[in-house]
Design a binder for this molecule. Structure first.
Ligand code: T1G
Length: 690
């Protein structure tokens, strides 16, 4: 055939089948030039008399990761993907999608516009647009609803999650699964078998039926989870109304909505976080390539964190040796880990056999000697320096001499813990957040002695188990708990001035925080902070002052949710304001000589943000975070700051950084870095260590 090949999309002729191969590394994003090239190669194939069928695939057995997100800062560049897909849909020659690696967003939509879909057994598919503040803009929703139950489509587009091919086939999204090595030959065979038959256009199919009541319940659930995120509300509406709209009308409406959302502030904030997550992996002197392979992980300590980390590792197919010297703790941990995997099985669509297979990769032991086979060991024993030091020394003795040892401490000094390790160069911090099997953020802590290779290994290990690592320096609370402590302190001042926990949490939750600081404290357990305050009082002279109510609560046995009461009381798991707590707060105000006043929600939010801003600026100034976007990403993923607002620094930049700095000045002091940036008219969210 006389195809004028294009470097971005080339055509290889295989008999009567034209194979269009997209080659735009690293992820085959559908940039404008790729869309033009695809359009051009499709036109050539459709005109070519020797071609009777077409296969679309990606270079080296891959497929397409979607639109080029970098284009979203400007206007839509022609041809829009939705138009290219009309060409595929309307082709009189059958078009087969050969899906390897990932078909995401616009990539998944390309596959849906084809007349048949064949996928490699290790591929995954997803419509993650919602996470970027948009919705599928090229007919993805309307087409998928003609293959899969709309209730399932709703779950997929509202969560934005990726799914494996087995599940994709079960719901009707792909037609055939083949071993990755056979993808292209199988796709060509499939295309040949379709020659001469009328193409099966999804656009011509009716919307699949669904259980209306279940659909509405799911739609209401999702709308409730949006917490202000427009894209979630929008995809729920899009799926709901696409059930009763004609195909073209639904596609055109979604395209228009996509264009308008794409230009929204929320979408810009979510794009910022998308790139922040990837930027966080760029650490000067720490090369991902230097990482040692991690197949077997040791976890020391079978408490809540140890279990969560174990589940996260097993989920991702790693082997785990879980050690606890307390046999009873170990006995309790085993069924809990099994249960944890079963809970994940639902969303991950694993069958019972898959859960059993993962569970079989777990071994347990009572003595740390069992860690000899581990590539990396996470120490998750009780948060106490002496306990941790002795565990680390024992792990150091038992471990291979090339194994990386990571402490999962939240507050302790990683440098001092490193001293307990026979080879401090192989020692790092990996701070997981609870529940560790769910929360994506992991703070990687570099101690004075950590080698770049150990750090690289820890970071790549975290990525391999689906986590999003951010580097933090050694300081009290690292990034997230440090900023949480500062902002909680400020919120305690609000309590002293006249607010109540429900006012503070309510205002911040309305702003979009997943949970206010007092609800978070109750969830984590007030005893942890109590122990920490006692430690700080004992070591600092003069001892730091704390708002006394948290101590009073602990003294009366109110440790938070686990004891049924803390800042709130809990009835059937529901949090309720507690008159007794109000009285304690009033007493604290009186003892401090403060006349209580009502503090408006707006003031609460402003002060919370100012406190976060101040602490974040200090963290940057001290070099404890490499860049501002690392902090924003960490606060969104570790503290539940609303992602659609971009993070506290991104938000402050857009809502009066200078006036925020002013108000800090009036209430005390402004970190020099913040002062300088404001003076130079710069944005703090763009700040990076040079
Ligand atoms: N556009 C531009 N750059 C992208 C990109 C994209 N879609 N995806 C990844 N990159 C860059 C990324 O910044 C990084 O760059 C490099 O590629 C490797 O990525 C019309 C509206 C595909 C699973 O949301 O989920 O389609 O840091 O480090 O871990 O409806 O990237 O090296 O300079 O993440 O192997 C929907 C987003 C778009 C997919 C690969 N698509 N990407 O993971 O590598 S909206 C997405 C991913 C859309 C249609 C619409 C992942 C990945 P750098 P990486 P990875």
């Amino acid at each position: 055939m006389a195809a004028a090949n294009n470097p971005l999309v080339r055509t290889e002729q295989k008999g009567r089948v034209a194979v269009l191969i997209i080659d735009n590394p690293p992820v085959n994003a559908l940039a404008q030039a790729v869309r033009i090239a695809l359009q051009e190669q499709l036109a050539l194939a459709s005109r070519d008399a020797d071609t009777a069928a077409i296969v679309i695939t990606g270079e080296k057995g891959s497929f397409i990761a979607g639109a080029d997100i970098r284009e979203f800062d400007g206007p839509v560049l022609e041809p829009a993907l939705v138009r290219v897909l009309e060409t595929i849909d309307a082709s009189s020659k059958p078009v087969v999608a050969a899906i390897g690696a990932v078909a995401l967003g616009g990539g998944a939509e390309v596959a849906l516009a084809c007349h048949a879909r064949i996928a490699a057994d290790n591929a995954s598919l997803g419509l993650p647009e919602v996470k970027l503040g948009i919705l599928p803009g090229a007919g993805g929703i309307a087409r998928l609803m003609r293959l899969a139950d709309p209730a399932i489509v709703l779950d997929l587009v509202a969560s934005g999650r990726s799914i494996g091919v087995a599940y994709a086939r079960r719901i009707g999204w792909v037609d055939e699964i083949v071993p990755a090595a056979d993808l292209l030959p199988s796709a060509i065979r499939l295309a040949e078998s379709l020659i001469g038959k009328p193409p099966r256009r999804i656009s011509a199919l009716p919307v699949r039926g669904t259980d209306e009541a279940a659909f509405e319940a799911a739609a209401t659930r999702w709308a409730g989870r949006a917490r202000g995120q427009k894209s979630i509300e929008t995809v729920v509406d899009a799926v709901r109304s696409a059930r009763t709209t004609g195909f073209s009308q639904a596609v055109e409406r979604d395209f228009r909505t996509f264009v308008s959302l794409r230009g929204s502030d929320q979408a810009a904030a979510l794009r910022y976080l998308f790139f922040a997550e990837r930027q966080a992996l760029r650490i000067p002197g720490v090369e991902p390539k230097a990482a040692r392979p991690v197949k077997t992980v040791g976890v020391a300590g079978a408490g809540t964190m140890g279990r969560g980390i174990t589940i996260a590792c097993l989920k991702s197919g790693l082997s785990v040796v879980l050690v606890d010297t307390d046999s009873k703790a170990l006995e309790r941990a085993k069924p809990a880990i099994g249960e944890g995997l079963k809970r994940l099985a639902k969303s991950e669509q694993w069958g019972a056999a898959e859960v059993e297979r993962k569970l079989a990769s777990l071994s347990t032991a009572n003595a740390l000697d069992a860690m000899g086979s581990c590539d990396l060991i996470v120490e998750a024993v009780f948060e106490d320096e002496a306990v941790k030091r002795s565990a680390i020394a024992a792990i150091g003795k038992a471990a291979r001499t090339d194994a990386v040892i990571a402490t999962n401490t939240s507050y302790l000094d990683v440098d001092r813990l490193a001293d307990a390790c026979p080879d401090p160069a192989r020692f790092i911090g990996l701070h997981f957040f609870a529940p560790a099997e769910i929360m994506r953020l992991v703070e990687a802590i570099r101690s004075k002695a950590s080698s770049p290779q150990s750090l690289a290994t820890g970071i790549q290990f975290a990525r391999a188990i689906g986590k999003a690592p951010v580097l933090a320096g050694m300081c009290e609370g690292f990034i997230v708990n440090r900023i949480l402590a500062a902002y909680r302190r400020e919120m305690e001042v609000v309590l002293e001035e006249g607010g109540l926990p429900a006012d503070v949490d309510g205002a911040l939750e309305k702003f979009g925080m997943a949970m206010g600081p007092f609800a978070v404290a109750d969830l984590s357990g007030l005893d942890i902070g109590w122990a920490r305050r006692k430690r700080l009082r004992a070591t600092q002279n003069p001892p730091p002052k704390f708002f006394p109510v948290a101590d009073w609560l602990c003294e009366s046995g109110r440790f938070g949710r686990k004891t049924g009461a803390g800042w709130y009381r809990y009835e059937d798991g529901k949090r309720m304001a507690d008159e007794r707590v109000s009285l304690l707060i009033e007493r604290a105000s009186a003892e401090a000589g403060v006349t209580r006043r009502s503090v408006a929600a707006e003031e609460i939010v402003q002060r919370a943000l100012a406190a976060m801003l101040k602490e974040a600026a200090q963290t940057l100034e001290e070099g404890m975070a490499l860049r501002a976007s690392d902090i924003d990403f960490a606060i969104v993923n570790g503290l539940g700051f609303p992602a659609w607002r971009g993070g506290p620094l991104y938000y402050c930049d857009r809502h009066g950084l200078a006036s925020m700095a002013d108000s800090l000045e009036k209430r005390g002091s402004v970190p020099a870095l913040l002062h300088r940036l404001v003076g130079e008219g710069k944005r703090i969210s763009e700040y990076a260590q040079s």
